[in-house]
Design a protein around this ligand. Structure first.
Ligand code: 2P0
Length: 353
């Protein structure tokens, strides 16, 4: 009987504190600024992917949540698979000719997201990270998560940050071939286990402007983006890494909220303008601002930090001890939203991996 070559891996969702928005190379997916995220761990916020290689397969095929999707030549999925086969050949087969020539077989890939679409979370980050992880396992690649992040990045930029748990930076790099645009671990989750994330699903409507096209419009038209890239993000990357290493929640919270605000400001500065937040999103901001103000006025510190991606849903980072109070606050201030959004106004509480 011929051997079976198959592997399964999963990868979690990540939410950025310092946002990626803009590419300097759209094919290699090289960003215009570095970014930093927190990887969320929860059993229901992951993508799980199984890959199988077999000499009888006629072509590479992909199933997403049970439905077959076309793998377009030259597209992101095809690039990731091709790059992983190249690594298999280079790192395993060329070094040890006795190894089976898996790089010459086609692969069948099946991927599932175990989080409901209603969570309003982008699945491309966990999806491409799980794809690359399962192929790395199938191909028995002796490489680091940072090396794999170079390939996941070419599937979706934010995917490169899901190769690590905890606090992860995507260094923009400067090489034209992208060889230094990769993810590094700033600190594992065990360094600061007290940080918790609360996901408030305001709406699960499909967003009007995709991240990929929205960010390129911003690159082409926003003068504010140039200021952000050159004069804001480099210092923020240093400051937030320092805050994480010192477990300094006050600084972490200020930087996270400031960067979410500036990301939405560059979206608004785009021609034509892009709006990702809605009235409920803005009301949640006001609530968190007031919650922090009362704590600061009483001589305490920041209690929570909001951040918003390319959509209206809030992610709130907070020390674990405040999470219960924050959930009570949100539910008591937004009863009408809870009714009008019915099942859509959900709260997920997630640990950091
Ligand atoms: C981020 N976002 O840093 C930022 C914040 C959305 C807002 O990464 O074109 O889906 O596939 O590289 O990774 C969304 O961008 O875009 C994103 P592509 P991606 O998380």
């Amino acid at each position: 009987m011929s051997p079976i070559y198959q592997a399964t891996a999963s990868a979690p969702v990540n939410i950025a504190c310092i946002k990626y928005w803009g590419k300097r190379d759209t094919k290699l997916i090289l960003p215009t600024n570095s970014s930093l995220s927190v990887t969320l761990d929860q059993d229901h916020l992951r993508s799980t992917t199984t890959s199988r290689a077999d000499p009888s397969f006629e072509k590479d095929r992909l199933w997403l949540n049970g439905k077959e999707e076309e793998i377009k030549d030259g597209g992101r999925m095809s690039t990731c698979i091709k790059e992983m086969k190249r690594l298999r050949k280079q790192e395993v087969e060329d070094k040890n000719p006795a190894e089976p020539k898996l790089s010459s077989f086609s692969v069948h890939i099946s991927s599932f997201n175990n989080f409901p679409t209603a969570a309003g979370l982008a699945s491309s980050a966990s999806g491409f990270a799980a794809l690359v992880s399962s192929l790395a396992q199938l191909y028995q690649l002796p490489v680091s998560p940072s090396t794999l992040s170079l390939i996941a990045r070419q599937g979706s930029g934010s995917a490169c940050r899901s190769l690590y748990g905890g606090f992860v930076a995507w260094e923009m790099g400067s090489a034209v071939d992208g060889s230094d645009s990769l993810a590094i671990e700033v600190a594992p989750q065990s360094h600061w286990p007290d940080i918790h994330a609360l996901i408030c699903v305001v709406s699960d409507d499909k967003k009007g402007t995709s991240s990929t096209s929205g960010m390129q419009r911003t690159v082409e038209t926003s003068p504010l983006l140039q200021h952000r890239i050159n004069h804001v993000v480099p210092q923020r990357m240093k400051d937030i890494s320092t805050a994480i290493l010192a477990r300094d929640f006050d600084s972490f919270a200020r930087l996270t909220m400031a960067d979410s605000n500036q990301f939405h400001a560059v979206a608004l500065d785009t021609e034509p303008p892009i709006f990702y937040m809605n009235d409920v999103s803005r009301s949640i901001i006001s609530l968190i601002v007031e919650y922090n103000r009362l704590s600061l006025a009483a001589g305490g510190g920041y209690k929570a930090a909001y951040t918003y991606d390319a959509g209206p849903n809030a992610v709130i980072y907070a020390p674990k001890e405040n999470i219960k109070e924050i959930i009570q606050l949100i539910v008591s201030y937004f009863p009408q939203q809870k009714d009008s959004f019915k099942d859509n106004f959900n709260l997920f509480s997630a640990d950091v991996t």
